[in-house]
Design a protein around this ligand. Structure first.
Ligand SMILES: [Zn+2]
Length: 443
């Protein structure tokens, strides 16, 4: 009898082990240049807490008045009151490839609907991205990805509103709903076909990153131009793609694009240009970052730059290993504070901020670097052209204090400490992108 029980136990143990291995398949590393992989699993740990929806804000359109005269005291209240938009996130990769659940709290992902609610995020632009290994069936894969996201929106109408329309978006924000937009990353997915571009638009995709790290029929990527000396900018087809995107009302995303192609875009497009997830080259010389001239050209077009949270783009000296261990410590230590504060997100943020100030860690990269990049853009071109493009779940290691998507409020607090006004903070958190989205896509 004992033997049978032992056998059963062993069987259960090995089945569990196999299942865990299946769940731990690592994602295609996107932004990482070295071979370190995100080894965290994507196990589902708890359901969406409806109570988190009872955060302090419900009306999201009252954005022009100064509601909080004492910002030092009310930084976190401002955060939950403001419209917060993130213009680049790769959660669909772990969802599609590893079985992560968008609607649940996943132990191994940086973002999901539970974390976004806690972090006060109102709009997530989902990156529609095809991993390199699916090179042969790009467009088919993209259609499936969009189907999956649409199905999630249909299954959870109370929690998630997926749209491509400016008026629908602002109405939903007014009702306090969490909203999703779609942006595509890597023009190779249209497989050299204008018809596929138009299908992308008709399916609701509202920006297209013309290249990812690899060049394609549209143009030359930043990585190919810088690391492989590849010449050329936009191809003839690329010029026609840009013109067609202008006509359709689709945002042109220049993150990942080579500099020659960038200037071709500036000379071709009549619309504001965006970089959905890029940082400042002058502060951190990496080919994925934007030079001062590029930042000025984007601002001149009336465009937008979502600052990427990846520590290697923010700070060339950052150690990803140190960041990983700091994040583990923070997440572990903060669990009890979160439990103790329950659903009071303002109180939790105050306690978390105090904990982070008392437990500063050496190594990694501080959130102050991210603030430096935002501040640099503001000083160079003004406050109207910058926002947040985290790149969460795109294989990026983020600054020490920004260990996952619950941490957006810390950025608001830091901007307050830096002396930013309520209106300027609202612009950075979401209104800048909303303005460009309205201008280009809101026809
Ligand atoms: Zn990217």
């Amino acid at each position: 009898m004992l033997k049978t029980q032992l056998k059963l136990l062993l069987f259960a143990f090995f089945t569990l082990l196999l299942f865990q291995n299946f769940m731990c398949v690592t994602s295609d590393s996107k932004e990482k240049l070295n071979n370190d992989q995100n080894k965290e699993s994507t196990k589902v740990s708890s359901p969406v807490k409806d109570s988190i929806q009872n955060k302090p804000n419900t009306q999201k359109m009252d954005s022009t008045s100064n509601k909080f005269p004492n910002l030092e005291k009310d930084a976190f209240k401002l955060h939950y009151d403001a419209i917060v938009i993130d213009t680049h996130n790769d959660i669909l990769m772990p969802v599609f490839l590893e079985g992560a659940d968008l609607t649940q709290e996943n132990a191994g992902t940086q973002s999901d609907m539970v974390k976004w609610k806690k972090g006060g995020l109102d709009v997530q632009v989902f990156s529609i991205y095809v991993p390199e290994r699916y090179k042969s069936n790009h467009f088919k894969y993209v259609m499936k990805l969009i189907d999956k996201l649409e199905q999630t929106a249909a299954d959870y109408p109370d929690k998630f509103f997926l749209t491509s329309d400016y008026n629908e978006l602002t109405n939903a924000l007014g009702q306090g709903k969490f909203c999703g937009l779609m942006g595509a990353e890597g023009g190779n997915m249209i497989e050299g076909s204008m018809e596929n571009l138009e299908t992308l638009y008709s399916r609701g995709v509202r920006y297209l990153g013309l290249t990812w790290n690899t060049s394609n029929a549209i143009g030359v990527s930043a990585q190919d131009e810088t690391e492989r000396g590849k010449k050329g900018g936009l191809t003839e087809f690329g010029v026609r793609v840009v013109q067609r995107m202008d006509e359709l009302g689709m945002l042109i995303d220049v993150s990942h694009l080579g500099e020659t192609a960038f200037w071709d875009v500036i000379n071709t497009s009549k619309n504001p240009i965006i970089a959905s997830h890029s940082c400042v080259y002058s502060l951190s010389p990496h080919y994925r970052n934007l030079t001062d001239d590029q930042i000025k050209a984007i601002a001149k077009s009336g465009g937008y730059i979502g600052v990427n949270f990846y520590c290697k783009f923010l700070d060339p000296t950052a150690s990803t290993n140190q960041v990983q261990s700091i994040h583990s410590k923070y997440k572990h230590d903060l669990k009890s504070i979160e439990e103790q504060d329950g659903d009071d997100m303002v109180k939790f943020n105050e306690d978390r901020y105090e904990y982070l100030a008392d437990n500063k860690m050496r190594g990694g990269t501080s959130i102050d670097k991210l603030i430096e990049h935002i501040d640099y853009i503001v000083k160079l071109v003004g406050v109207d052209y910058v926002g947040l493009g985290s790149d969460f779940d795109g294989g990026v290691y983020t600054p020490n204090e920004l260990y996952d998507a619950t941490c957006y409020p810390i950025i608001t607090k830091k901007l307050v400490e830096k002396g930013y006004s309520e209106q300027d903070i609202r612009k950075i958190l979401g209104l800048n992108f909303l303005r460009v989205f309205k201008q280009v896509c809101g026809k």
